[in-house]
Each structure stands twice: as C-alpha cells, then as structure tokens.
Design a binder for this molecule. Structure first.
Ligand code: GLA
Length: 723
C-alpha cells in the first residue's frame, strides 16, 4: 500500500519507492500541500498548517477567524484565484455573473490500485495495477459548482508521481474555465535554482540554470505547439545540487500545445510552481454536467542529483509512456533521404540508395518530403497526400517493391496538420486553414496550418492517410510539423468559444495520431517538428522516437542531446550520421550512437574508407542497440560546463557492461584529460574491449582513466566498450 489516509489527522501520505507527498485537510476543508520530498514515515505536520508572518495584510476566512491561518500564506494544494491566495493560481472559474473568485474545498476522495487513462489525451500508464496506486480528491467551489478532482498516481518501484486534474460543472448554469493548471506545488522556501530547456530551430534544448528570485519566472509557449523555444519541463534544484548529489524536483507536462510552467517566490520567501495549459488565449466553456480534463504532469523527486532525476525519467518513460510494438522490439536502422536528396529524387535514385545502404547493414529507407501532390520544393501541395506520379512513375508500389527487393523496409514522410495555399485541398476547401475573420493569415514556410480541431477536416486527412498506408507496404511514418500557429482561430467555433481553439487543435492532433497507432500498430512512428520542435512526453505516447534536431553536426548535437537527456531517454532521441563535414565519420557515428541511430546521406557518395568506418559502426550499433535503449545514461562531462570535451556513459541495468564516449570538441592545448566513471559495480572487474585492459569498477569510478591522447584534436572521439 502506498497511499495512506489518516482520518484523525485528516492527512494523506502518498509514497513512492523513495518519496513522500503529504496533503492535509485543514479547517473549513482547505486542502494544503504539506510536503514533497524524501520518504518519511510519519505525518506530524500540525505546526506547518498555520503560517502567518504577514498577518496584517493576509485575508482570513471569516469562519476560521484570526488564529494564524490565511490562504495568502498557507501551502495551498491547488491555488485558486481571488479568494485570499494572491500567488499565481492554478484555477480560475468565471460564473454567469462574470465573477472570477474561485475557492475549492475538500468534499471526498477515493483510493484505488492502478491508474486510469485521461480521456482523449495521452498519459503515462501502468503495465499492471500493482505498479501504482491512485488518489482522487474532490474539491468543490460551492458558488460556481465547479467540482475539481485532483488525481495523483504514485509508483511503487520508482520515485515518480503523476498529477492531473478534472473539472466538472455540477451546477445547472454554464461556467467558464479561465485557467486550469495540471500541477500546483508549494515549497516552504525559495533556495532553489530553476532549470529549463531553451532553444530554437537547429539549437534545441539548451540547459539553463538560474537561482529563483522574488516574483514570477519560468517558461511558456504561445506557439500552438510545445515548440523549439522552451520545453514543457522545469526542475527545481537546491542551490547545492549537482549532477550527482542533492535535492532535485522535475516536472514535465504531457502536452504538445501552449503550456506554462511558472515559479513564484512570494513575500514570505516561499515558492509556488504551477504547470499546465497556458492560460493565455485559453478559456473553456463548461455547460451543466460537462467535464474538462487537464493534461498530466510527471513529477520526479530525488536527493541524488540532476543525473539521477534524468535516469528516473528515462526509465519511467521507457516503461510507462512509450508503447506499442517498438517499445521493446528492435527498431529498424534507417537511412533518410532528406539531407541526401531534399526534393530531388525519383524511384531509381531511392532504390539506388537502398542498394548501397543494404551493403552497409542499414535496414530501412525513409522517403522524406517531396513525394506527393506536385511537390518539388516547399511552396505547395501540403494536404494533397497522393503520389506525385511525375516523380514516382507508377505510384508507390514499384518504388516500395524496389526497396524491398534490396532487402530494406520502407518508410514515408507526412505533415498532416498543414495545408499549402497552392494545393488541391485548399482550392476545394478555402476555409479549412487556421485563420480568423478579416485577416490575411501569416504564412510559415509558405504554408498555412490545417484546422484539425474540425472533425470534417480530420476525416479528410485521415482518409487520405489511410488510403496510402493501407494500400502500400509501409513500415514507418515520420510525422512533421513545420511552423507555429498564428492567427489562431477556427471557422466553426462560435465567438464565445474562440479561446478553445488551441486546445481543440491539440486534441484533434491526438485524435489523428491515436487513429494512426491503433489502426496500424506495426508501423514505426517517428515524431518531428522542424527537428525537435515538438519534443514532449505527449508525442512519446504515440511515437517511440522523435527527430531530435535538423542540426546533424556532431559537435552541435552534443549540446542538443545532452539537453534533451534532461528528461527524455536515449531510446527516443533520433540521431543520424549525415554528410556534414566538421568531423570525420568516426565521431559522427560515436555521437549518433547515443540515440536511435540512423543515417541521413547519399550512401553512394561515401569513399571506400568512409564505407569501412560506416560498416564497422553499424555492426557496433547492432551489438549495442539494446544497451543504448535500456541502459542508464551518465553525463560525465557536459558540453554546457566544459568548452573542450564532452563525455557520457551508458551502463547496462545489471551493470555487467557499459559503453563510454569521449568527444574532443576543441583541443585544450597541453592539458591532461582524466575521466572518472560513474554508476558501475565497484566489485566487478571490467575488461575494456578496445585494448583488453582490465579494471575494477572501483578503480574506474575512483581513479578513472587517462584519456589525454584521445582528446588532443578538434573533433576527435573514442567509444570504449567494457564488459
Ligand atoms: C523538417 C524536418 C526535416 C525534413 C524536412 C522536410 O525540417 O525536420 O527532417 O523532414 O522538414 O521538409
């Protein structure tokens, strides 16, 4: 049992393998968030419930009176707008009067084994009900009739807790949700750093760490997608926390649309963190009896540092988020046509790629953008998902037969949520793009966004997808999304529901993706958005891998992959060797081997020497893919901390083997490079397969290796295998 309710104290304790989370029900049924951190056996929180240093200006509840409790200073479990709690709120409900004062109080709760899915939205799951326990707490705002259900699931074998929220209108009048965050966490102090992942196209997920300060800080997206600019992830780390030591809290939103993740430090030097759908341009009309579901937040706490937080996320996402056949089955090693040919290909060229790729050990050819409508550049045809027969004479069949005959599987590219103004679809349906009345919509890469919040639009796109995918032998789909959403609006939404557009759009995307994975369970599905512009946990619920970045330069990739690894496992980071020439093939391979390995080049153009290197690295990949997919990642030298070298290690779960890679980004003249390893079995003797030297785990972790000679040239790298 991991969820306890003490009915005398009126307190809940939710335990995972290593953490406790405590919620109290105070007088007048206020719900208080009393604790989140390392596991504790008891719940003596009485003295934490009343905190009122700034009593003179903190409103008090008239029934409770002036005895030290105020919503302004108490650790409120789910902060509401306007009823005495002045911090950033998780919930604001407007009623028919136009009032936005919101005040929820505990009414009921349920505890059960397992975890329920969130309707129409991706979420993490249990493999069996024994893995987790769930608490649902109902709290009602008696004036609006909004009944909030706070849903918590704690996992027994890993320190993960998920939070989500449902709001039901139990009144007989319509209410309006102005904000419904998914998680609200109050911390007693503000001695934390906030860690976020900022980026842009071809420079995704850079790690940024800064001390919390008074006021509101954090990250958001208003782009209609999670976006390149900020990832829906934040961590709060104690100032003294490092990669290997210290208290760290991670929060990751399972959502692909506009999000908000904010921390506020108030006048009492306490911190509130909220995370959920961005309230900007959001409002949801809830008629009598209707329900609204806010997406899930995956919360991790560890006292073992940032690296351990990452590994907890990695294991959890591999086991409890990624699903389908390719969760466990080996994914075909692919070569993608994009950087090799861009729009300039035909059947013979692609089959020639396949022929050469086969000789190298590659298992699948992916035909990227340019196969449909009349598409020969990026100015047209999105929405016309039928074969460009000028390019691919006779349709897909002869091409796929040709690729299959070379012994390779076949994959294809789509961008289903887009429409080109120059397309048959647009000419037939000039109001199907995202737009608002009387404004010429902005273009992005010459394209509009298709309004997939509409069922008729989704039906059309689905039928087009279904035709191609069901009539052809297609083993893989890359689903792209190459612009952000401006002029957000749907021709079908009435004025009072216009602010529902962004969320409805994302629900439409999920509906299409869900149809794809349920109708075609054997297809390997890869997410993409101009590289890694929609790299979030929600996408991982559909696609076990995501194209990490359009930047395939191995040195730049180090930053992108290190940043992405903050919460996303190696198994989902698509990493390709391309023809870009800052380093040789050895380093390109060593860096790409970190993730879901593949190629993105014209294999006919490889020199004989390069061909031999590529063949060897592919052979290595086939040997190590399981280690990379299931292993524990240790960031040894981060490029964000060290201008010269980067290094990481992937250790098998049983610690019997591991691989280690060092990349010299920029040689550090006359310097020495000693590296200590992490996460090994101290008593085991490991043999280095590269030179047959033998070392104990204790030696490698405490003394390390002298790798000076491996780090003396720009772009040089080495991967060592130990078992
Ligand atoms: C995006 C993707 C690329 C490629 C192109 C095709 O930029 O990230 O990998 O698929 O679109 O237009």
């Amino acid at each position: 049992m991991s969820i306890f309710f003490d009915s005398d104290k009126r307190m809940f304790k939710l335990d995972t393998s290593e953490t406790s989370y405590v919620i109290g029900i105070y007088e007048e049924n206020y719900l208080l968030g009393l604790y989140y951190g390392a596991k504790i056996p008891d719940m003596n929180f009485t003295k934490f419930m009343k905190r009122n240093p700034s009593a003179s200006f903190s409103p008090v509840n008239p029934v409770i009176g002036e005895h030290g409790f105020s919503p302004d200073t108490a650790p409120i479990e789910y902060g509401c707008n306007g009823a005495g709690d002045f911090r950033i709120s998780a919930l604001a409900v407007r009623n028919a009067n136009g009032d936005t004062v919101t005040d929820i109080r505990y009414t009921d709760h349920r505890i059960y084994k397992g975890k329920k899915a969130i309707p129409n939205m991706p979420s993490t799951y249990v493999n069996s009900d024994d893995e987790a326990e769930t608490l649902e707490i109902d709290a009602v705002d008696k004036v609006t009739g909004a009944m909030v259900t706070l849903v918590y699931t704690v996992f027994e074998n890993c320190p993960v807790m998920t939070k989500s929220v449902k709001v039901k209108n139990t009144s007989d009048k319509t209410i309006y949700l102005e904000r419904v965050m998914s998680a609200c966490n109050d911390f007693y102090t503000m001695d934390y750093d906030i860690i976020t992942l900022w980026g842009r196209h071809v420079k995704e997920r850079n790690i940024e760490r800064r001390p919390l300060a008074h006021g509101v800080q954090g990250v958001e997206s208003k782009r209609g997608v999670s976006g390149h600019s900020q990832n829906p992830f934040v961590a709060l780390a104690k100032h003294d926390a490092t990669e290997d030591f210290g208290d760290v809290y991670g929060f990751n939103l399972v959502y692909s649309g506009n999000f908000s993740a904010l921390a506020e430090c108030d006048h009492n030097c306490s911190t509130r963190l909220i995370m959920g759908i961005n309230p900007n341009d959001f409002e949801w009309t809830l008629s009598a009896g209707e329900e609204f579901y806010a997406p899930e937040v995956v919360c991790v706490f560890t006292d073992k540092g940032i690296g351990e937080m990452s590994r907890i996320y990695h294991r959890f996402y591999n086991n409890n988020l990624i699903r389908g056949k390719y969760k466990t089955e080996k994914r075909p090693l692919l070569i993608n046509s994009w950087e090799a040919a861009y729009f300039d290909f035909d059947k013979d060229k692609l089959v020639a790629f396949a022929k050469e790729a086969k000789k190298l050990g590659i298992e699948m050819l992916v035909m990227d953008d340019g196969w449909f409508g009349k598409r020969n550049d990026d100015t047209n045809s999105l929405g016309d998902w039928f074969v460009n027969e000028e390019k691919l004479v006779g349709g897909l069949k002869p091409l796929i037969d040709g690729v299959n005959a070379e012994g390779l599987k076949f994959g294809i590219w789509y961008e289903p949520e887009m429409i080109s103004p120059d397309s048959e679809l647009f000419r037939a349906h000039p109001d199907w793009h995202v737009h608002v009345a009387n404004r010429e919509p902005m273009l992005g890469r010459h394209q509009y966004v298709l309004d997939v919040s509409r069922e008729d639009v989704r039906e059309n796109i689905w039928n087009q997808l279904y035709k191609v995918l069901s009539e052809n032998k297609i083993d893989y789909v890359k689903w792209d999304f190459n612009r952000n959403i401006a002029d957000a609006g749907s021709a079908l939404l009435p004025p009072e529901r216009k602010k529902e557009f962004f969320h409805r759009f994302i629900l439409g995307t999920y509906d299409l993706m869900n149809r794809l994975v349920t109708t075609f369970p054997d297809i390997l599905f890869e997410g993409c958005s101009g590289g890694g512009g929609r790299f979030d946990p929600a996408m991982l619920a559909y696609s076990p891998q995501i194209w990490t970045s359009d930047n395939t330069d191995p040195i730049e990739r180090l930053y992108i992959q290190f940043g992405t690894s903050m919460c996303y496992p190696a198994s989902c980071q698509s990493a390709h060797v391309s023809a870009c020439d800052r380093t040789g093939y050895e380093t390109k391979g060593n860096v790409a081997m970190w993730g879901t390995f593949g190629y993105e080049l014209d294999p006919r153009k490889l020199t004989d020497d390069e061909r031999e290197i590529v063949k060897a690295q592919i052979a290595e990949y086939h040997k190590t893919y399981k280690l990379v997919r299931d292993g524990d990642l240790y960031r040894i030298i981060s490029p964000f901390d060290n201008p010269f070298n980067a290094a990481w290690e992937i250790v098998a779960p049983d610690k019997q083997s591991f691989m280690f890679t060092l990349v010299c980004m920029r040689a550090n003249p006359n310097s020495l490079c000693f590296v200590k390893f992490k996460g090994l079995d101290p008593d085991k003797y490991y043999t280095c397969e590269n030179d047959s030297e033998v070392y104990s785990g204790a030696f490698l972790m405490n003394v390390g290796l002298n790798l000076t000679e491996k780090a003396n040239r720009d772009g040089k790298s080495i991967t060592l295998y130990f078992s």
